[in-house]
Design a protein around this ligand. Structure first.
Ligand code: AMP
Length: 493
């Protein structure tokens, strides 16, 4: 009996242990560091200067060519992309982050901008404005793709859309704008141009294309076998080697364009020639979205000969406004550039982007000086001509000056107990190491004057100007002593 009891208690001990073990594991799991969602990433402070540079260039291009910024919501109704991008496309079929919200609406994180821009054009009655309506946008997009180099589930695009005009000059100008944005960033690229004609010439072409590929269906990759019935144009841009070989002998769309489409395309190409842009006619680019017609294009970095990581692309989409319920026959054209890939290319090519410039550092020693420095900082901040930094959370002057050095500021303003009493401030030229005591009320003027000389490239000899010397002399020995360890710190910098 006793033995039986002992066995039972051993068993229950083990169960208890197992339960505790599970609970510990659960807690450990709960405590595990939480990382980003697969395919999404942080853009850290040290990388921001590249992103900012791309945003700046994009904004400048939008100003240069008269495109106005539009921001559309990150969430849209699923219907918008099913109708706009096309139910049979990879984006809609496989890649949308979609969910039903509490109210029962089917929503998606936007996978692209164009359909949203057209929705906004229709929703806000922009048809009544001067045409084309020209949009510029910039922001994150979401596609549930297989993550790999240059392919993320959250990525960023900037782009331009011109809605309400069919003139081929617009196609050419958009192509130019995308190329210019890369060129302004120092990235060499080659434009790949094609025309996929209008609905009627494309239907004709699809028939001969399917006929060609059907005869070779056994040699196609699995995805292309499906494309054969669902989206035959995509057969042409498959990157599988077997399919690549087949496309060499495939019929080419340019031979099937009707007269109007041919004429439109010839005009676009004529403008590209006139603008002396580096482009190639590439009959194999088709783009993955249903709404395109006529001119389509992509930007490939000069060393990306197979176009594995296109930096951007776009084209004409004359039917999209109608497909989304807008007025019939509203032509449109646009392009989108991928920021992630552009930034990666800039880094790969060691394209320099200067660090954020800080001109002046405000350092302080002692409680009264800290208060005065904080106030002075607020007065100097909106000066409009130079940038300033501080570290008011630090008490040690040495540490503040080390920081100023690290920031490579041109000047440091130092305020201690003595300066507070006298209404002065010490101005240190960080390059020459020369210090002067100047009147507190003249700080802004003095800094502007000195920084201007720096920017002109002049070497400043602060002791050369006799008049300046009167109001601003080098800090005397006894003042250094009054500043306590300030003197030592300055000597150490
Ligand atoms: P698309 O909207 O597919 O025409 O893409 C336009 C540009 O956006 C591409 O050329 C890429 O530079 C960029 N892009 C598209 N999808 C991704 C992705 N999943 N990750 C990173 N960049 C992308």
């Amino acid at each position: 009996m006793l033995k039986k009891k002992a066995i039972i208690s051993q068993k229950s001990n083990k169960t208890a242990e197992r339960k505790t073990g599970k609970a510990v594991k659960k807690i450990r799991r709960a405590k595990k560091n939480i990382a980003t969602v697969t395919g999404m990433r942080d853009i850290l402070p040290q990388d921001q200067k590249y992103w900012e540079k791309v945003r700046q260039v994009a904004k400048q291009i939008s100003i240069d060519y008269g495109y106005d910024r539009i921001d559309t919501p990150v969430l849209e109704l699923t219907e918008l992309f099913v109708r706009g991008v096309g139910a049979q496309t990879d984006i809609v079929e496989k890649e949308m982050f979609s969910f039903t919200d509490q109210g029962g609406d089917n929503l998606v994180l936007r996978p692209e901008f164009t359909a949203a821009a057209v929705r906004a054009y229709i929703q806000h009655g922009m048809l009544n404005q001067i045409q084309p309506v020209k949009f510029f946008y910039l922001g994150p997009l979401f596609r549930h793709e297989k993550p790999q180099s240059g392919r993320y589930r959250q990525f960023f695009q900037f782009g331009f859309e011109a809605i309400g005009e069919e003139n081929p000059a617009l196609d050419a100008q958009l192509i130019l704008m995308g190329w210019n944005s890369l060129n302004d960033l120092g990235i060499e690229s080659v434009i790949q141009v094609n025309s996929i004609g209008c609905m009627s010439c494309r239907e004709e072409y699809k028939k001969v294309l399917v006929k060609y590929y059907k005869a070779k269906a056994k040699l196609l990759c699995e995805s292309c076998k499906t494309r054969l019935t669902k989206n035959p144009l995509r057969l042409l841009d498959c990157k599988e080697s077997g399919c690549q070989e087949l496309k060499d002998d495939a019929p080419q769309i340019l031979d099937y364009l009707d007269d109007n489409c041919k004429e439109h395309f010839m005009k676009v190409v004529g403008y590209l020639d006139e603008l002396d842009l580096p482009y190639v006619l590439n009959p194999y680019i088709v783009r993955g979205l249903d709404y395109y017609n006529r001119t389509i294009f992509e930007y490939w970095a000069i060393d990306d000969v197979e176009g594995k990581n296109a930096l951007g692309g776009g084209g004409r989409y004359d039917g999209l406004v109608t497909m989304l319920g807008g007025r019939e026959d509203t032509p449109a054209c646009g392009l989108a550039m991928g920021l992630d890939r552009i930034v990666a290319k800039m880094r790969e090519k060691n394209i320099e982007v200067p660090d954020k410039r800080v001109d002046v550092f405000v350092a302080q020693l002692g409680d009264a000086a800290k208060k005065k420095a904080m106030l002075m900082y607020e007065n100097l901040r909106p000066n409009g001509s130079f940038t300033i930094a501080q570290a008011f959370h630090k008490d040690s002057l040495k540490k503040q000056l080390e920081l100023a050095n690290k920031m490579k500021v041109k000047f440091t303003l130092i305020i201690g107990q003595k300066e507070v009493g006298e209404g002065t401030i010490m101005l240190r030229d960080m390059q020459g190491g020369v210090q002067e005591v100047i009147d507190f009320n003249k700080i802004e003027k003095e800094l502007k004057k000195r920084l201007e000389k720096y920017r002109e490239g002049a070497v400043i000899d602060l002791t050369a100007d006799e008049e300046e010397k009167e109001s601003s002399t080098e800090i005397p020995e006894e003042d250094v002593a009054d500043l306590g360890d300030l003197g030592d710190d300055l000597a150490a910098v």
